[in-house]
Design a protein around this ligand. Structure first.
Ligand code: THU
Length: 182
C-alpha cells in the first residue's frame, strides 16, 4: 500500500500508478455508495420531536384530505401525511380503480410524490382512516415505508378520534426485506 510520502518523493513506476488509480477508483465507489440514494442520510435526519399537540395537528391535516380519496368501491378513505428528513410535508390518499387490483394506497401515494420531490428518508408518516382504533397499514405499504426508513422514522397510525399509536420501523415490520438481503 502506498503512503503520501511515496507519492511525493519519487517518480511513479507503472505498477505504482496502477495501484494509485485502483485506490482512487475504490474511493470514488465508496463515496458514491455513501452519498447516493435512500440508504444515506442516517446522520442527516433533522430530529424534530413531534409533541402530542403537533401529532394531533398532523392527524387533522390527514382528516382534511380524506375527502379527496377516490374510493367509490371500498368507500374506505385513507390519508397519509409524510414528513421527510428535512421537515418537508407530503400528502397522499388512496386512489381506487374499476379494475380493483389497481387501487393505490394512501401511504404509497404520499411516498411516491415525496421521492419525486427528492425525499430520502421518512421522518414521520401519519396514516388516518375512519376505523375503530388506529388504522393498520397494509403489508405492502409497510414494506415500502421500510425502504425509506431508519431508526428515527416513526409511523403514526390513527383514527378520526385521535386514537393514535406510534411505531418504529422494526415494530411495524419486524425483519423486513431490505437492501442487505439482496
Ligand atoms: N388502504 C390504504 O390506502 N392504506 C392502507 O394501509 C390500508 C388500505 C386502502 C386500499 C383500499 O383503497 C382501501 O383502503 C380498502 O382496502
Amino acid at each position: 500500500k502506498l503512503g503520501a510520502d511515496d507519492y511525493l518523493s519519487k517518480p511513479f513506476s507503472m505498477e505504482e500508478l496502477h495501484i494509485l488509480i485502483d485506490n482512487l477508483v475504490d474511493n470514488v465507489r465508496r463515496l458514491k455508495g455513501k452519498f447516493s440514494g435512500a440508504l444515506v442520510q442516517e446522520d442527516k435526519m433533522a430530529k424534530i420531536e413531534l409533541t402530542d399537540e403537533e401529532i394531533k395537528q398532523k392527524i387533522d391535516e390527514a382528516i382534511e384530505i380524506m375527502e379527496k380519496a377516490y374510493v367509490p368501491y371500498s368507500k374506505f378513505p385513507v390519508a397519509a401525511i409524510l414528513i421527510d428528513e428535512n421537515g418537508k410535508t407530503y400528502k397522499g390518499v388512496n386512489v381506487e380503480n374499476a379494475s380493483y387490483g389497481l387501487g393505490l394506497c394512501a401511504e404509497r401515494n404520499a411516498i411516491t410524490s415525496a421521492v419525486t420531490d427528492g425525499m430520502k428518508k421518512i421522518h414521520y408518516i401519519v396514516v388516518v382512516a375512519d376505523t375503530k382504533g388506529p388504522v393498520s397499514p397494509c403489508g405492502a405499504c409497510r414494506q415500502v415505508i421500510s425502504e425509506f426508513s431508519n431508526k428515527d422514522t416513526r409511523i403514526i397510525m390513527s383514527n378520526k378520534n385521535y386514537d393514535y399509536k406510534v411505531w418504529d420501523v422494526e415494530e411495524m415490520i419486524p425483519g423486513a426485506f431490505g437492501p442487505e438481503d439482496l
